[in-house]
Design a protein around this ligand. Sequence first.
Ligand SMILES: [Zn+2]
Ligand SMILES: [Zn+2]
Length: 460
Amino acid sequence: MPTTTFASLPPDIVDRILTLLPNFRALSAALRASKSLIYNVFLNHPLSITHAIAYNLIGPALPQALRIIQIKHWLDEDGYHGFSNAAPEDEIIQACPLTRLIGEKLEEYADVASGLEDLFSLRFKNRLSKTSLLTPQEALRFHRALYRTWACTVINAEVTDEDVTDDEEEDEDQDDDDDDPVDPLTRCRVKIIYALLNDLSTTEIREVYDLVLFLNLVARWVMCEQQVQHVAVTEPNIIWYAFSQGIPSDLTSFNAGIWDGPRNIDSALSQIWTERKVRSDRYLDTRSKAILEEVEGENAACERCGFVGGLELWGPTNLILWLRNTNVQELSSGIFLPGLLSNNRDITDWIKNSLIFGRDDNGNSTFDFEELMNGLVDIGNEREGAGRWSRDRWYCNDCVGELFRRFFWRWILLHKTKRGETIHDDCWYGYNCRTMTHRLEHARKLNHLCIPTRGEGAGV
Ligand SMILES: [Zn+2]
Ligand SMILES: [Zn+2]
């Protein structure tokens, strides 16, 4: 039987195989592999092959993804006036020839969209899986809304003072007495975002609204975890990188601005809702309902106390989201520490400097949340009986808080000992000592990570 090699395949089969490639990296590899046959087939049908691969990569939201690239292109070429050249979404695939550069952009978009989709699914669809369990229809809505929101954020980031027309300047003069004056640049950005969104059906606009709420939440998680007040997250990819990789300490620009994209998108949305006579307050409680048809585990109960926490139960897949929901600074507060320990600066400084904001020589965080959680569960089982706490179970906010309140201070003591830090003699008043709260010297001289043996709370 003659062996069939790739090079002996008929060109139309090779063409078919190329259209099935998952991404542009695979296409480059294939083109490099066979300069003659594959390259020639590709040269005969470059458009159909690249469009097919783009579709495999991005899925049915390809027009919305391409539109971001086209909007960036207009803004680069002609400023905001180029906007009138916009191709409608349904014509964009023809209007946008796929260059290598566009291929690379689409690959980046696909990675970011898939990471955000996994996160959205974990938080709002099904907390049991770190990989998205969205149905194909839900995934399409999510991606479509993500790319549309992304296009709005590009406008927000890239329309500059130079794009502001005289009209907007004049408008501002007239609005001088307004209670809430809007500067011409903001007015200009809102106008373009409005034009983009107003093409959509009301249902699709609700999807965008849900997506903005979701991005707000992710941005808040980033700010809580990194302890920054502001994050210059101009586009969804930056939010995703900051969430998944942390804000690089050498990139101070991350701290330079704020995630203010939604404000202008919100302004455009309220205008549209008013015009369409849809009451905007009807949308305020609709988070994730426009995108998701069905949610799994809405009635799930805490395995310790029975509280019906639904998707706000924390366990093996998502405990890190509990931490991100909690402002990490709170780990040194009275919410998670017994007695007066949260007023003992020696301890709170240790929690901040040695634990949550600890950095290695390269500036990378050394805070190992997994290690902390495993340690708390071990201490809990040691003190309350084997199997009382488990990393495999699901707990509500209160019960995770309880785990911290009861055992975090013991874990700190254990951790300090393991690190070889000097542990001083116990203060009689333990974690209820008042002196430690106003005399740092006393706080440092004695160990307060202990149960009081005198005074308030002694013998408990
Ligand atoms: Zn509970
Ligand atoms: Zn004391």
